[in-house]
Ligand binder design. Structure first.
Ligand code: GLA
Length: 381
């Protein structure tokens, strides 16, 4: 990918890039919508992601290119306006440029910028966090700044919250920033603090991307965010993580049915994340799988961010041999299902589930046997 990137950069801008950075996509392992509620979450960086190449210009112009679209977006350095239409993808690097000063970092003035990706977009694997982190590392290298990794992660999230306009938590950027091959990233979102735990040998990930996306997905995500904050307020806490599960159950009559369901999902999901860390430590993948499937059921019934397509896949997968568990991964309302499998689960097994899905819904999901990978890095040019 790096040589393709350099070649495309030369073809587009007529010179070599000065800096190249890469950031991976992520799998949300368990902890659905727990992050912005101050809870805990586990994720894995995968071996696919976004690459950004950059070279400075001295005429104050910023030129953005991507392998996903043909046209170049050219903006004057001072301009940080939200873009629309075919230029909307530049809101990720622009959001990072706008976020840098908020973290006492300078933004480079003029530059040529190219982003390339081998991550399926809209698959719930967070291509947005990957482009934010790769952009941040390239911009920081170009201005000879090296804040700590947690700051880089926060810059990415700030871009998403304040420029792109999605009230996401720290999961995607945290995992893309702190991922490590053969390990899961554990985030305590209140700090936030980032650590990793080993993934037991013999655990495999399969991603089934349905390519379905609820038309109102961003609004629905924001609505869940709002409902959680309202539930916290009704329970007398700042964030749902502060409410003990027993107190939530005891408050059923006091809360609206929706607030009760959302709060119950969050506090029980946080408990499942803790139980998953324990089961991973014991190498008990069967138990981990049960927790993953329980997480999906809770998303389906209490948090109501699943869809018939995702439920179909989870039902089919959890009745297939060599699967420990399956759940929707990411924000929900469409997107992808992740299955945790043993090495015995084959491409043929995956194809059988895919065929059953196609029979029901008319199109087959995309399959990805994802490998874990390392977090974001600046590459030597
Ligand atoms: C999206 C958001 C994350 C997280 C998940 C749900 O991926 O970007 O911050 O909230 O949804 O767990």
């Amino acid at each position: 990918m790096k040589s393709q990137l350099t070649e495309k950069f030369r073809a587009t801008f007529g010179r070599a890039p000065q800096w190249v950075a890469r950031a991976p996509g992520r799998i949300e392992f368990i902890g659905n919508h727990t992050d912005y509620n101050g809870g805990t979450v586990l994720g894995a960086a995968i071996d696919r992601g976004v690459w950004v190449a950059l070279a400075l210009r001295d005429d104050g112009e910023r030129r953005f290119a991507t392998d996903q679209r043909g046209d170049l977006v050219t903006l004057p350095a001072g301009e940080l306006k939200k873009q629309t239409g075919s230029a909307a993808w530049t809101n990720y690097p622009l959001g990072v440029l706008a976020a840098l000063p908020e973290f006492s970092q300078r933004a480079p003035a003029g530059f040529d910028y190219l982003a390339m990706s081998d991550l399926p977009v809209g698959a719930g694997l967070s291509s947005s966090a990957a482009i934010e982190l790769a952009s941040a590392l390239a911009f920081l290298a170009a201005t000879q700044q090296s804040p700590d990794r947690a700051t880089v992660v926060k810059i990415g999230r700030h871009a998403e919250n304040h420029f792109v306009g999605v009230p996401c938590g720290i999961l995607d950027q945290g995992v893309s920033g702190f991922g490590r091959k053969d390990r899961l990233v554990f985030i305590d979102c209140r700090g936030p603090t980032f650590t990793t735990v080993p993934l037991p040998a013999g655990a495999h990930f399969w991603i089934f991307n349905t390519h379905t996306k609820h038309a109102l997905v961003d609004g629905l995500y924001a609505a869940r965010h709002r409902e959680c904050m309202e539930a916290a307020r009704a329970l007398g806490v700042n964030l749902l993580v502060e409410a003990p599960p027993a107190a939530v159950l005891a408050a059923e009559k006091k809360l609206s049915p929706v607030a009760f369901q959302r709060a119950r999902h969050i506090v029980e999901e946080i408990a499942r994340v803790g139980a998953t860390v324990t089961a991973l430590g014991a190498g008990d993948l069967a138990q981990v799988g049960q927790l993953l499937t329980a997480s999906h059921r809770s998303s389906q019934t209490l948090f109501e961010n699943s869809t018939p397509e995702l439920d179909f896949l989870v039902d089919a997968l959890t009745t297939t041999p060599h699967i420990f568990g399956a759940r929707l991964t990411g924000g929900g309302f469409g997107g992808a299902v992740m299955a945790l499998t043993s090495e015995k689960f084959s491409a043929g097994d995956a194809a059988a589930v895919s065929a059953a899905y196609a029979k029901q819904f008319g199109t087959a999901p995309d399959l990805l046997h994802a490998q874990t990978g390392d977090g974001a890095e600046l590459l030597v040019t």
